[in-house]
Design a binder for this molecule. Structure first.
Ligand SMILES: Nc1ncnc2c1ncn2[C@@H]1O[C@H](COP(=O)(O)OP(=O)(O)OP(=O)(O)O)[C@@H](O)[C@H]1O
Ligand SMILES: [Mg+2]
Length: 183
């Protein structure tokens, strides 16, 4: 994994958890494509976490230059919807994954970009409402959703071996694989 979010919370989690299942490289750089990508192992799955695209477009652009797929996580709420579609400050994303600016220097074809709804309240109407709204706006929204759960809220910084968290993410990985997004 690569932590390309200025917050560096993923890297800190890997350092603190004790049982983190993979290596995390600190990589919050606008030169990601030039300085990190050449050292990735293409036969393995490489996951890059980025921060808020509208606030760090230079980092996100550089990651999107080399990504095969982009997963945009959004909560089914008005603030998250607004931040994706029409941020008050910064640059909006668009559904081709050209997150943010003009095509960059070595841009390959745009990565497949899908939206994951997270923090979905069980039984709430908002999940379906925002799924429809985002689809109508042209976004490819995954069928899998992640429920709002206390056991997920408190994961960062703590040990990873909590089997009760796995089910929604298993479903997400299955959908990713079924759609050919995992090689
Ligand atoms: N499924 C969930 N259920 C409950 N709380 C969640 C869930 N997923 C995330 N959270 C909480 O929502 C907040 C944001 O989560 P997270 O850091 O994963 O989002 P993010 O989009 O990566 O945010 P940032 O851009 O700040 O890194 C955290 O407080 C986290 O504990
Ligand atoms: Mg984050």
């Amino acid at each position: 994994m690569y932590d390309a979010d200025e917050s560096q919370q993923l890297a800190a989690w890997a350092r603190d958890a004790g049982d983190f299942p993979c290596q995390v490289v600190s990589a919050a750089t606008a030169f990601f494509a030039d300085t990190m990508y050449p050292f990735m192992e293409p036969e393995r799955i490489n996951l890059v976490d980025v921060g808020h695209a509208e606030n760090h477009p230079e980092i996100v652009d550089s990651v999107l230059e080399v990504a095969d797929a982009a997963l945009v996580t959004v909560s089914p709420t008005q603030p998250d919807y607004q931040r994706l579609m029409r941020p008050e400050k910064g640059t909006p994303a668009d559904e081709d994954g050209q997150a943010v600016r003009e095509p960059a220097r070595h841009r390959r074809p745009a990565p497949t970009t899908v939206v994951l709804l997270n923090r979905c309240q069980a039984g709430a109407k908002s999940t379906g409402d925002y799924k429809s709204k985002l689809r109508a706006d042209g976004w490819d929204v995954l069928t899998s959703t992640i429920p709002r759960r206390e056991a997920i809220a408190s994961v960062v910084g703590f040990p990873c071996d909590k089997p009760e968290r796995r089910a929604p993410y298993d479903q997400l990985v299955t959908e990713f694989a079924d759609r050919g997004l995992l090689k």
